[in-house]
Design a protein around this ligand. Sequence first.
Ligand SMILES: [Zn+2]
Length: 402
Amino acid sequence: MRQDTTRQCIIPPHVLERLLESDDAAIRSAAMTTLLTTARLRGEREVRASLVRLAATGQGRRTVFDCRKSTSLPMCSLARSEDGPPSADLSVNQAFDGLGSTRQFYQDVLERNSIDDRGMRLDGYVHRGVKYNNAFWNGQVMVFGDGDGIIFTDFTASLDVIAHELTHGVTEHTAGLDYHNQSGALNESMSDVMGVLVKQWSLQQTADQADWLIGADIFTPGIGADALRSLKAPGQAYDNKLLGKDPQPAHMRDYVQLPDTDDGDNGGVHINSGIPSKAFYLTAVEIGGYAWEAAGRIWYESLRASTATTEFQAFADTTFSKAGELYGIDSAEQQAVQAGWDGVGITVTAEPTTMRGSAAPTGTDSVGDVLRHLAEMSASIDALRRDLQGQAVGGGRPAPPA
Ligand SMILES: [Zn+2]
């Protein structure tokens, strides 16, 4: 199994931990409950993800369950199904619509059939727990808390949060990026990228019209925070007494070294994700128009070409190759990708474009080509050496290398 301990919740631990220090007992208590339950969920996720892979092909049918403050998912009751009527409960309908928009985005824009590309059903659980300050994907279903009402509101209200969580499922079924250190930060960043893209797509906003925020809708009014994260300006999503300051870096020179522990956010997966997220933002704005069209396609294809241990540099190189493959070598799109990564201090390293013929394979194949080429060269050198040795001893020509 590629995923190990994961904590793919929308609210990162450093935010909840900060709330534990609040003067308000209600805030402290909600944060504590959320942290404790989150820790318990981690073990379940791995098992669920493996069960899902056994499921048959479907149509991504949605079902929403009402937990009525229970934390036990089997106790939650059916509230709305794919063909059923809308509910009287706003959270049920918001979750249903959010799952639908995300499914539709993947289908229409990226030609992906639900999370697993096999029409996996989408189950949402709303009103989970009492004042639960989080939303998460558990490898099988999407679960939403109501928020404590003081800092966070109903998590079903945010389409980017829903798309963020479901994208963890997509990543799990493609690259399977390990949820630690740089690969984990890429995993988080990919969820934020697709999170904002689903929202931009649903609002039909161009790159320069969009706010590029994640979680702008989950803070209660008057909390003094724009959002949870900003792809446009990592580190500037919030700055106030209650939450502290957004710790995300926007450049490699500010990369935050953290231990690969729970307290260290698995090596800063929610923190250093600001770097690749900013690279995406810069790329999309440079290309212009709708971010989901070229930039989104390049990032998605790069995710599919990545592996569990892919880090920033390799991912940047892959996006550059994919841009060349999809839009042409030296195209405006490929130049935008290069500039995007430059803007966060990562220089893409790819073969010089003049070395590639039009028929040459690109992307991950180019590494294989180089290796093959090296093997051929080394075989030629061996042959030459044997040739020379043969001449020196006056023998005949050796057999050519196989
Ligand atoms: Zn996440």
